[in-house]
Design a protein around this ligand. Structure first.
Ligand SMILES: Nc1ncnc2c1ncn2[C@@H]1O[C@H](COP(=O)(O)OP(=O)(O)O)[C@@H](O)[C@H]1O
Ligand SMILES: [Mg+2]
Length: 125
């Protein structure tokens, strides 16, 4: 569990919150079905009604990151670094132009993690 208090602050937290973040995963192996579009629009809509939102981009294409205005040259610390254990998630988080909406960006490096994970699952124990 990550304490986001230092990142987002406690102000304006919706009254119904019990202190625990809700995690929504938008996943489908098929491309072009609206995962990225849903992540950006749902995240923006939730932020607009007062929720503090963190989008964790785990797609090597990084379209959610690009769509929210994060230039590839500024992704010095990405979800790739987090997944391989070389960075904390909080170090990969960047603000967006939308108030209360933050993103942990991805890079093409993530495609290497996918390949490594599949190899690890296939190897004998
Ligand atoms: N609800 C929708 N209605 C119509 N077109 C959509 C909708 N959601 C996404 N699209 C379009 O479909 C295409 C693929 O969407 P995208 O979010 O990139 O899919 P994915 O992330 O699953 O690959 C984009 O051109 C996007 O504009
Ligand atoms: Mg996508």
């Amino acid at each position: 569990m990550i304490d986001m208090t230092g990142i987002f602050g406690d102000k304006n937290a919706p009254a119904h919150h019990d202190g625990h973040p809700r995690i929504l995963a938008l996943a489908n192996q098929k491309g072009g079905v609206g995962k990225t579009t849903t992540a950006i629009n749902l995240g923006t809509a939730l932020a607009a009604i007062g929720e503090r939102v963190l989008i964790v981009d785990l797609d090597p294409q990084g379209n959610a990151s690009t769509g929210l205005g994060i230039d590839r040259r500024n992704r010095n610390c990405s979800t790739y670094d987090v997944l391989i254990g070389e960075a904390k998630l909080r170090d990969a988080i960047m603000p967006t132009a939308v108030p209360r909406l933050h993103i942990a960006s991805s890079t093409m490096d993530l495609s290497g993690v996918t390949a490594r994970s599949v190899c690890a699952m296939r190897s004998p124990i």
